[in-house]
Design a protein around this ligand. Structure first.
Ligand SMILES: [Cu+2]
Length: 181
């Protein structure tokens, strides 16, 4: 309750703070997003239609890596950092986006702002929030485009970088990301 009150106060002061309500900060056990300027290493990954090159990466715990994602394919692709379970969960979310018409083979459409689901004045916003592709551990790259994602890996572990667009992971768009001590 105390936190909620503080957020409401912040909302009054900042006016533009609506996203605070819509998207509570998400935390990840394996690290945190970081600004590109903090990167200690840059890794280029070429995305093709159903491939990543390179297919495996070795990273040391504590490194901040700037990933540069170059989509040379004809389709929209995703670069998502996580473990196997996280990718499975995100694949289910992306399937819903595809079924709703938000996700096309070449683009992710943003939900129209005047959609009834926005629920003006409502702080619930759960349905709308769930149908928005804005996770900090993920970036979508349209065909022919380049995008970036910078991440600080906090501890050793076995992760994967993956494209969770329906059927892409299963078709081979997944790579091993080993974080060593
Ligand atoms: Cu893909």
């Amino acid at each position: 309750m105390f936190l909620r009150n503080r957020l409401v106060l912040a909302g009054c002061l900042l006016v533009l703070s609506f996203p605070v309500f819509a998207a509570p900060a998400q935390t990840y056990g394996f690290g945190t997003p970081a600004p590109a300027a903090k990167a200690t290493r840059t890794v280029e990954i070429v995305m093709g239609d159903m491939s990543f090159n390179p297919k495996a990466l070795q990273i040391k715990a504590g490194e901040t890596v700037r990933f540069v994602l170059i989509n040379k394919g004809q389709l929209l692709h995703e670069f998502n950092l996580g473990d196997v379970a996280m990718h499975a969960q995100h694949q289910a979310e992306m399937l819903k986006m595809q079924q709703s018409g938000m996700l096309t083979p070449t683009a992710m459409k943003t939900a129209p702002m005047d959609h009834a689901a926005m629920g003006h004045g409502s702080m619930a916003g759960m349905d709308h929030g769930a149908m928005k592709h804005d996770d900090p551990n993920s970036v979508l790259v349209e065909p022919g485009k380049t995008a970036e994602l910078t991440w600080t890996f906090s501890k050793a572990g076995s992760l994967e970088f993956a494209c969770n667009i329906p059927s892409h992971y299963q078709a081979g768009m997944v790579g091993k990301l080993t974080v060593s001590q």
